[in-house]
Design a protein around this ligand. Structure first.
Ligand SMILES: NC(=O)c1ccc[n+]([C@@H]2O[C@H](COP(=O)([O-])OP(=O)(O)OC[C@H]3O[C@@H](n4cnc5c(N)ncnc54)[C@H](OP(=O)(O)O)[C@@H]3O)[C@@H](O)[C@H]2O)c1
Length: 220
Protein backbone atom coordinates (compact mmCIF):
# COMPACT_ATOMS: atom_id res chain seq x y z
CA UNK A 1 0.00 0.00 0.00
CA UNK A 2 1.13 3.61 -0.64
CA UNK A 3 0.78 6.00 2.27
CA UNK A 4 1.47 9.71 2.16
CA UNK A 5 2.77 11.34 5.33
CA UNK A 6 2.21 14.99 6.18
CA UNK A 7 4.75 15.88 8.85
CA UNK A 8 8.28 14.50 8.90
CA UNK A 9 8.92 14.86 12.63
CA UNK A 10 9.14 12.17 15.30
CA UNK A 11 5.85 10.46 14.56
CA UNK A 12 5.92 10.81 10.76
CA UNK A 13 9.42 9.36 10.55
CA UNK A 14 8.66 6.50 12.95
CA UNK A 15 5.53 5.48 11.05
CA UNK A 16 7.42 5.71 7.74
CA UNK A 17 10.06 3.30 9.06
CA UNK A 18 7.41 0.83 10.22
CA UNK A 19 5.53 0.99 6.94
CA UNK A 20 8.61 0.42 4.83
CA UNK A 21 9.78 -2.45 7.06
CA UNK A 22 6.35 -4.05 6.50
CA UNK A 23 6.63 -3.74 2.71
CA UNK A 24 4.50 -0.62 2.20
CA UNK A 25 5.53 2.58 0.41
CA UNK A 26 5.74 5.92 2.22
CA UNK A 27 6.21 9.51 1.05
CA UNK A 28 7.13 12.09 3.70
CA UNK A 29 6.49 15.82 3.47
CA UNK A 30 6.82 18.90 5.65
CA UNK A 31 5.94 22.59 5.54
CA UNK A 32 9.32 23.66 4.11
CA UNK A 33 9.47 21.38 1.09
CA UNK A 34 11.36 18.27 -0.01
CA UNK A 35 14.73 20.03 -0.31
CA UNK A 36 14.78 20.16 3.49
CA UNK A 37 14.13 16.41 3.74
CA UNK A 38 17.27 14.95 2.15
CA UNK A 39 18.69 13.76 5.47
CA UNK A 40 15.31 12.31 6.45
CA UNK A 41 15.17 10.39 3.15
CA UNK A 42 18.68 9.02 3.55
CA UNK A 43 17.97 8.08 7.18
CA UNK A 44 14.95 5.99 6.18
CA UNK A 45 16.07 3.78 3.29
CA UNK A 46 13.27 3.26 0.80
CA UNK A 47 11.35 6.36 1.82
CA UNK A 48 10.27 8.98 -0.67
CA UNK A 49 9.86 12.71 -0.07
CA UNK A 50 7.63 15.28 -1.72
CA UNK A 51 5.55 18.37 -1.19
CA UNK A 52 2.50 18.15 1.05
CA UNK A 53 0.29 18.11 -2.06
CA UNK A 54 2.34 15.25 -3.55
CA UNK A 55 2.21 13.26 -0.29
CA UNK A 56 -1.55 13.80 -0.13
CA UNK A 57 -1.93 12.48 -3.67
CA UNK A 58 0.51 9.60 -3.17
CA UNK A 59 -1.85 6.93 -1.87
CA UNK A 60 -5.30 6.09 -0.57
CA UNK A 61 -4.17 6.68 3.02
CA UNK A 62 -2.53 9.81 4.38
CA UNK A 63 -1.02 10.16 7.84
CA UNK A 64 -1.49 13.62 9.37
CA UNK A 65 1.35 14.05 11.86
CA UNK A 66 1.86 17.77 12.42
CA UNK A 67 1.38 19.92 15.51
CA UNK A 68 -2.40 20.05 16.04
CA UNK A 69 -2.73 23.80 15.53
CA UNK A 70 -1.61 23.52 11.90
CA UNK A 71 -4.21 21.11 10.51
CA UNK A 72 -6.29 24.01 9.05
CA UNK A 73 -3.23 24.94 6.94
CA UNK A 74 -3.60 21.74 4.91
CA UNK A 75 -6.15 22.33 2.11
CA UNK A 76 -9.15 20.06 2.66
CA UNK A 77 -9.53 19.26 -1.03
CA UNK A 78 -6.09 17.60 -1.10
CA UNK A 79 -7.38 14.87 1.21
CA UNK A 80 -10.83 14.43 -0.35
CA UNK A 81 -11.61 10.73 -0.76
CA UNK A 82 -8.66 9.62 1.39
CA UNK A 83 -8.48 7.68 4.61
CA UNK A 84 -6.76 10.17 6.92
CA UNK A 85 -4.77 8.66 9.77
CA UNK A 86 -5.03 11.32 12.47
CA UNK A 87 -2.10 11.01 14.89
CA UNK A 88 -2.53 14.44 16.40
CA UNK A 89 -2.86 15.49 20.01
CA UNK A 90 -3.87 18.78 21.54
CA UNK A 91 -1.20 20.34 23.75
CA UNK A 92 -2.45 23.82 24.72
CA UNK A 93 1.06 25.04 25.59
CA UNK A 94 2.19 24.20 22.07
CA UNK A 95 -1.01 24.62 20.04
CA UNK A 96 -2.71 27.54 21.84
CA UNK A 97 -6.02 27.27 23.68
CA UNK A 98 -8.93 25.68 21.84
CA UNK A 99 -11.95 26.49 24.05
CA UNK A 100 -14.23 23.70 22.72
CA UNK A 101 -11.55 21.17 23.64
CA UNK A 102 -10.85 22.84 26.98
CA UNK A 103 -14.58 22.53 27.75
CA UNK A 104 -14.54 18.84 26.64
CA UNK A 105 -17.28 19.57 24.10
CA UNK A 106 -15.66 17.82 21.13
CA UNK A 107 -12.61 15.80 20.15
CA UNK A 108 -9.48 16.60 18.20
CA UNK A 109 -10.43 14.09 15.53
CA UNK A 110 -13.94 15.53 15.18
CA UNK A 111 -12.44 18.98 14.55
CA UNK A 112 -10.05 17.50 12.01
CA UNK A 113 -12.92 15.62 10.31
CA UNK A 114 -14.96 18.83 10.14
CA UNK A 115 -12.07 20.43 8.23
CA UNK A 116 -11.34 17.44 5.95
CA UNK A 117 -15.04 16.95 5.31
CA UNK A 118 -14.66 14.69 2.26
CA UNK A 119 -12.11 12.39 3.91
CA UNK A 120 -12.61 9.40 6.19
CA UNK A 121 -10.72 10.23 9.37
CA UNK A 122 -9.39 7.49 11.64
CA UNK A 123 -7.84 8.44 14.98
CA UNK A 124 -4.73 6.24 15.28
CA UNK A 125 -1.04 6.45 16.28
CA UNK A 126 -1.75 9.36 18.65
CA UNK A 127 -1.59 7.27 21.83
CA UNK A 128 1.90 5.80 21.47
CA UNK A 129 5.24 7.56 21.80
CA UNK A 130 7.13 7.69 18.53
CA UNK A 131 10.05 5.80 20.01
CA UNK A 132 7.77 3.01 21.25
CA UNK A 133 6.46 2.55 17.71
CA UNK A 134 9.96 1.46 16.75
CA UNK A 135 10.46 -0.95 19.65
CA UNK A 136 7.08 -2.37 20.68
CA UNK A 137 5.78 -3.95 17.45
CA UNK A 138 5.51 -7.76 17.40
CA UNK A 139 4.28 -10.34 14.87
CA UNK A 140 0.57 -11.25 14.81
CA UNK A 141 -0.58 -13.59 17.59
CA UNK A 142 2.40 -12.84 19.86
CA UNK A 143 1.08 -13.19 23.46
CA UNK A 144 0.49 -9.81 25.15
CA UNK A 145 1.14 -7.98 21.87
CA UNK A 146 0.76 -4.23 22.30
CA UNK A 147 -2.61 -2.89 21.15
CA UNK A 148 -3.38 0.59 19.84
CA UNK A 149 -6.77 2.29 20.08
CA UNK A 150 -8.55 3.52 16.97
CA UNK A 151 -11.77 5.45 16.40
CA UNK A 152 -13.61 6.35 13.21
CA UNK A 153 -17.11 6.85 11.86
CA UNK A 154 -16.44 4.74 8.76
CA UNK A 155 -16.45 0.95 9.29
CA UNK A 156 -14.55 0.18 6.07
CA UNK A 157 -11.76 2.61 6.98
CA UNK A 158 -11.47 0.96 10.40
CA UNK A 159 -11.01 -2.45 8.78
CA UNK A 160 -8.27 -1.07 6.52
CA UNK A 161 -6.45 0.58 9.43
CA UNK A 162 -6.76 -2.52 11.61
CA UNK A 163 -5.04 -4.50 8.84
CA UNK A 164 -2.36 -1.84 8.51
CA UNK A 165 -1.66 -1.90 12.25
CA UNK A 166 -1.41 -5.68 12.18
CA UNK A 167 1.09 -5.40 9.30
CA UNK A 168 3.31 -3.05 11.32
CA UNK A 169 3.19 -5.02 14.57
CA UNK A 170 0.20 -4.00 16.65
CA UNK A 171 -3.21 -5.26 17.71
CA UNK A 172 -6.15 -2.86 17.59
CA UNK A 173 -8.95 -1.95 19.98
CA UNK A 174 -11.91 -0.28 18.28
CA UNK A 175 -13.06 2.52 20.56
CA UNK A 176 -16.07 3.64 18.53
CA UNK A 177 -16.71 6.75 16.47
CA UNK A 178 -14.76 10.01 16.35
CA UNK A 179 -16.89 11.43 19.16
CA UNK A 180 -15.63 8.57 21.39
CA UNK A 181 -11.96 9.22 20.63
CA UNK A 182 -11.58 11.40 23.74
CA UNK A 183 -11.08 8.09 25.61
CA UNK A 184 -7.52 7.93 24.28
CA UNK A 185 -6.66 11.57 23.87
CA UNK A 186 -3.83 13.21 25.83
CA UNK A 187 -3.86 12.60 29.59
CA UNK A 188 -6.37 9.76 29.62
CA UNK A 189 -5.44 6.39 31.21
CA UNK A 190 -4.86 4.74 27.80
CA UNK A 191 -2.62 7.53 26.50
CA UNK A 192 0.85 6.30 25.55
CA UNK A 193 0.81 3.41 28.02
CA UNK A 194 2.01 0.05 26.66
CA UNK A 195 -0.92 -2.36 27.06
CA UNK A 196 -2.20 -5.47 25.35
CA UNK A 197 -5.80 -5.68 24.13
CA UNK A 198 -7.30 -6.58 27.51
CA UNK A 199 -5.29 -3.96 29.38
CA UNK A 200 -6.15 -1.32 26.81
CA UNK A 201 -9.87 -2.08 27.04
CA UNK A 202 -9.67 -1.68 30.82
CA UNK A 203 -7.81 1.63 30.52
CA UNK A 204 -10.27 2.95 27.92
CA UNK A 205 -13.20 2.03 30.17
CA UNK A 206 -11.57 3.86 33.08
CA UNK A 207 -11.38 7.16 31.19
CA UNK A 208 -13.55 9.98 32.48
CA UNK A 209 -14.52 12.78 30.11
CA UNK A 210 -13.37 15.72 32.22
CA UNK A 211 -10.54 14.09 34.18
CA UNK A 212 -6.95 14.48 33.00
CA UNK A 213 -3.87 12.74 34.38
CA UNK A 214 -0.94 14.91 35.49
CA UNK A 215 1.05 16.28 32.54
CA UNK A 216 3.82 13.91 31.48
CA UNK A 217 2.70 11.05 33.72
CA UNK A 218 2.59 8.80 30.63
CA UNK A 219 6.30 9.15 29.92
CA UNK A 220 8.32 6.20 31.17
N1 LIG B 1 6.31 12.65 19.19
C1 LIG B 1 5.52 11.68 19.62
O1 LIG B 1 5.97 10.73 20.33
C2 LIG B 1 4.06 11.68 19.23
C3 LIG B 1 3.32 10.52 19.50
C4 LIG B 1 1.97 10.47 19.11
C5 LIG B 1 1.38 11.58 18.51
N2 LIG B 1 2.12 12.71 18.32
C6 LIG B 1 1.44 13.86 17.70
O2 LIG B 1 1.81 13.88 16.31
C7 LIG B 1 1.89 15.23 15.86
C8 LIG B 1 3.32 15.47 15.36
O3 LIG B 1 4.21 15.32 16.46
P1 LIG B 1 5.78 15.17 16.25
O4 LIG B 1 6.35 14.91 17.60
O5 LIG B 1 6.07 14.24 15.14
O6 LIG B 1 6.13 16.67 15.80
P2 LIG B 1 7.51 17.28 15.32
O7 LIG B 1 8.63 16.32 15.57
O8 LIG B 1 7.59 18.65 15.88
O9 LIG B 1 7.32 17.37 13.72
C9 LIG B 1 6.30 18.14 13.17
C10 LIG B 1 6.38 18.03 11.66
O10 LIG B 1 5.23 18.67 11.13
C11 LIG B 1 5.63 19.46 10.02
N3 LIG B 1 4.66 20.52 9.80
C12 LIG B 1 4.30 21.54 10.61
N4 LIG B 1 3.35 22.27 10.02
C13 LIG B 1 3.11 21.71 8.82
C14 LIG B 1 2.24 22.03 7.75
N5 LIG B 1 1.39 23.07 7.80
N6 LIG B 1 2.29 21.27 6.64
C15 LIG B 1 3.13 20.21 6.57
N7 LIG B 1 3.99 19.85 7.56
C16 LIG B 1 3.96 20.61 8.67
C17 LIG B 1 6.99 19.97 10.42
O11 LIG B 1 7.66 20.38 9.28
P3 LIG B 1 8.51 21.77 9.25
O12 LIG B 1 9.65 21.54 10.18
O13 LIG B 1 8.89 21.93 7.82
O14 LIG B 1 7.54 22.82 9.75
C18 LIG B 1 7.59 18.71 11.02
O15 LIG B 1 8.11 17.87 10.01
C19 LIG B 1 1.52 16.11 17.04
O16 LIG B 1 0.14 16.42 16.99
C20 LIG B 1 1.83 15.22 18.24
O17 LIG B 1 1.08 15.57 19.39
C21 LIG B 1 3.44 12.78 18.64
Amino acid sequence: MRIGIIGAGFIGRAVAQLLIAAGHEAMLSNSRGPKTLTSVASGIPGSQVGTVEQAAAFGDMVLLAIPFEYYPHVPAQWLAGKIVLDANNYYPDRDGQVPVLDRFETTTSRLIAEHFKDARVVKVFNAILANDLLTDGRPSHTPERRALPIAADDAEAKVAVTQLLDDVGFDTVDTGGLDDSWRFERAKPAYCVPLDKDGLRTALAAAEREVELPMGSWRR
